[in-house]
Ligand binder design. Structure first.
Ligand SMILES: Nc1ncnc2c1ncn2[C@@H]1O[C@H](COP(=O)(O)OP(=O)(O)OP(=O)(O)O)[C@@H](O)[C@H]1O
Ligand SMILES: [Mg+2]
Length: 251
């Protein structure tokens, strides 16, 4: 009996011609404000943070998203995660998503760490019972101890990231989006996060990883996408990608 032909690897994320526009308000001088009183549309500019970005990410891959400051990495990650909507194009995504985006994103400042764990669990699709089941393990991974009952507005940057990362890796995600945030964790915690990400890779989960650390990208990623002024200017192997990144600076 012949074995069935292997299915091609499923696509977890498909972004097609995605563009994102922001309206930038320019500061006006006092004189301009007086002269143009009530007619201020001149001072709005369109700014394309992403332009026609297309990419497919297959299950089990780890994609490094790199580029200069302001090149559109966080914007693309948010569009992939469905946190913001693109102005053109579409994003298709399958499976459970966990996103580690900007500091404090997804946390309610007035709630305690404990309350935020339950809030996030609910947002990420866990029942209260499931979150209860993971709760001790989340707190243990985060190492924030008794601060779990402190309002998160009093957390340090590192404490935020510790709790957010601990939650993200406990909700059994198929797709994990990680923005630069890990960098605010201290070295032992960063190492722990990297180890967890490696474990996720072995389990066949899909990861999109934004970092300014070429060493981390080289270490973790099997593919690199380089953004420059909102455009994907390179998509391919890690070594060539990091070279393309260096060339993109100053463009
Ligand atoms: N909500 C917003 N309103 C207006 N402009 C925005 C908004 N969010 C992002 N931008 C602009 O879009 C561009 C891309 O920003 P983005 O945060 O995606 O860059 P990045 O590649 O993540 O940069 P960094 O390496 O500094 O984190 C920047 O010029 C930024 O000012
Ligand atoms: Mg960013």
């Amino acid at each position: 009996m012949s074995s069935p032909a292997p299915e091609s690897t499923p696509v977890v994320v498909r972004a097609s011609d995605v563009s994102k526009r922001f309206v930038i308000r320019k500061d006006k001088s006092l004189k301009e404000r007086v002269v143009n009183f009530g007619r201020s549309n001149k001072h709005k500019d369109d700014f394309w943070a992403l332009r026609d970005v297309s990419l497919e990410i297959s299950a089990g891959s780890t994609v490094g998203l790199v580029g200069a400051n302001g090149s559109g990495k966080s914007t693309l990650l948010k569009v992939i995660g469905g946190i913001i909507q693109p102005d053109t194009g579409i994003v298709q995504r399958r499976g459970r998503l966990a996103a580690l985006l900007e500091l404090g994103a997804g946390f309610h400042p007035d709630l305690t760490g404990r309350e935020n764990v339950f809030l996030n669990g609910a947002i990420l699709g866990l029942s209260r019972k499931q979150t209860e089941q993971y709760f001790d393990s989340i707190v243990e991974f985060s190492e924030i101890g008794d601060f779990i009952d402190t309002q998160v507005k009093f957390y340090s940057s590192g404490m935020y990231v510790r709790l957010a990362f601990a939650i993200a890796v406990h909700v059994d995600p198929d797709l994990l989006l990680v923005d630069e945030v890990l960098a605010v964790g201290d070295e032992p915690f960063q190492e722990k996060c990297m180890a967890k990400i490696r474990e996720f890779q072995k389990e066949g989960r899909t990861i999109v990883f934004v970092s300014h650390s070429s060493a981390q990208i080289e270490d973790l990623c099997d593919r690199v996408v380089v953004l420059s002024h909102g455009e994907a200017i390179f998509d391919g192997g890690t070594v060539d990608g990091l070279e393309a990144l260096r060339e993109s600076f100053g463009r």
